[in-house]
Design a protein around this ligand. Structure first.
Ligand code: SAH
Length: 504
């Protein structure tokens, strides 16, 4: 029988996906099952492995007692089948998050359960408008209160005589009861001018807020039609409401589709989250390093006879050295060859295998790599081995051939096109503000899948990918300076700034 898995009650933070903890993110990435709530940021789900089972229990958890016991059983059942379960909750799992009940259910059934704290909205909502819940000389304590009791009681049932002396009072689940709470506090002796602020959907792109005092706030919130989820902050600390500081992130509020291999999509999604954007992870290709084929084997067995070995991607480098090792050879087999690299990432990958590239193309394209090799060749008709993808473009071998070089092209790995689920394509077409492409194959897969581009920014990893876009009639807004996930995210920030007229 499989060993029992663990249930992790993970705090997802208040809404901005970058506010999850590093531990929470790691657990999410390797979870077998993710059971999530209505308030957990959807963008975080795109960090899970594509094989993970994702279960939305938003409605179940709203429906009261029975719903909760259904969730408890779900956690136990999946863990008992040997799966690692992440129970993803908005904010912190222990702040009105029913963590205690879920943990007890796990332990009663012999399932290990770990609580991973998160940033609660009771702290994040005030912070998002520049407020600290304690402040020297103003408030030495704060209280977090729910306006809804587990017994069905509401704001009218609160004991306001106990609450009116609280220095900072943070009210959750209190949208409906706002007017009752304010008048209850005034009746119990609080100053009607006591500052109050309300924040709806704090730290998300839809954040809205208003401020006033005990007498004015309920009608202000009504006029603005503020809705749940909303946090209300009552006390002197709420007197100076500032701007939302998180909105300063360069990609704040953008939804961005990431394409490419699964691992690249994950890297991109992490960088996007850190820059304030919400990723939609959509892998369109898979890199497969298969068993050695005849052409590659015969090239590798006489590798020292080539004047050049040219690498046009870091995947090519990884595949090449894997195959070389399968023949019991290592980098020393290349000691007589000159090595050409298409760009920085490829050069870095070569270094990992103990090879310092002799030349690197200045611009990361097949055409420039060909020119670089031709310029550096010392005799006419030198031989070049190109270990590449089975779907690689033909510009590089064609240009080398035109220059009189003797080219051998071998498939070192396969690029397999993936067909994305139609709901993912719809989600991208309907809600993405930008699409990132890291290879010509991904651009072609996106075209086959029916991606639409109106009103979206398109960013490419390099000129070759951008050429493919242009050939298919897709306008490109920016090309990365560095062919890496970080380079693409920087290029997107530039494209966003120029599309909105903001200087960076
Ligand atoms: N565990 C959560 C709270 C769950 S109770 C946490 O620690 O944040 C649900 C209540 O939390 C909502 O009714 C609302 O009062 C508050 N809330 C959660 N996320 C919020 C957000 N982004 N902005 C404002 N209020 C939020």
């Amino acid at each position: 029988m499989k060993a029992c898995g663990t249930v992790y009650l993970v705090g997802a933070g208040p809404g901005d996906p970058s506010l999850i903890t590093m531990r929470g993110m790691q657990l999410l990435k390797r979870a077998d099952v993710v059971i999530y709530d209505r308030l957990a940021p959807v963008a975080l789900l795109s960090m899970c492995s594509t094989d993970a089972i994702k279960i939305d229990v938003g409605k179940t958890s709203d429906s009261g007692g029975d719903g909760q016991s259904a969730i408890n059983s779900m956690l136990v059942e999946h863990a008992k089948r040997g799966m690692n379960v992440v129970r993803l909750k908005g904010g912190d799992p222990g702040v009105f998050g029913r963590a205690a009940e879920e943990r007890a259910a796990c332990l009663e059934n012999g399932v290990p359960c770990v609580i991973v704290p998160g940033v609660s909205s009771c702290i994040a909502a005030p912070a998002s408008i520049g407020l600290s819940v304690t402040q020297r000389g103003i408030s030495r304590s704060f209280m977090v209160l729910t306006a809804r009791g587990s017994d069905g009681s509401g704001a009218e049932d609160l004991d306001f005589s106990k609450l009116s002396g609280v220095e900072t009072l943070i009210v959750m689940m209190g949208r409906k009861g706002l007017a009752t709470i304010c008048s209850g506090l005034i009746d119990a002796g609080s100053d009607p001018n006591l500052p109050v602020a309300c924040v709806e959907r704090a730290t998300t792109r839809n954040q809205r807020q208003c401020s006033g005092n005990l007498e004015t706030i309920a009608s202000k919130a009504e006029r603005l039609d503020l809705r749940a989820p909303m946090v209300t902050i009552i006390g002197k600390i709420a007197s100076e409401v500032g701007d939302d500081p998180i909105a300063a992130s360069p990609l704040w509020g953008m939804t961005v589709a990431t394409t490419g291999s699964e691992s690249l999509c994950t890297k991109l999604a992490e960088q996007l989250i850190a820059s304030g954007a919400e990723p939609i992870r959509c892998p369109l290709i898979r890199i497969e390093i298969e068993d050695l084929n005849d052409a590659l084997e015969s090239a590798l067995r006489k590798i020292e006879q080539y004047d050049w070995v040219a690498f046009s991607s870091s995947n090519g480098v990884r595949a090449f050295f894997k195959h070389l090792a399968s023949l019991n050879k290592d980098c020393r087999a290349l000691s007589t060859c000159r090595i050409a690299s298409v760009g920085e990432q490829t050069t870095r990958q070569l270094l990992r295998h103990g090879i310092l590239a002799d030349v690197q193309a200045e611009v990361e394209t097949g055409a420039r790599l060909a020119e670089t090799i031709v310029e550096s060749s010392t005799a006419p008709g030198e031989s070049v081995l190109l270990p590449r993808s089975d779907r690689a473009l033909q510009t590089l071998p064609a240009k080398l051939g035109q220059a009189g070089m003797n080219v051998t092209q071998v498939a070192a790995y396969r690029t397999v096109a993936l067909v994305p689920a139609s709901y993912l394509v719809d989600q991208i077409n309907d809600s993405a503000d930008a699409i990132l492409f890291a290879s010509p194959s991904a651009v072609r897969c996106a075209a086959d899948a029916g991606f639409r581009y109106e009103g979206k920014l398109v960013v490419c990893i390099g000129e070759t990918t951008a050429d493919t876009c242009q050939r298919l009639g897709i306008g490109v807004d920016a090309v990365a300076d560095r062919a890496s996930a970080a380079g693409m995210v920087e290029a997107l920030a530039r494209a966003k700034a120029s599309s909105t007229g903001v200087a960076v």
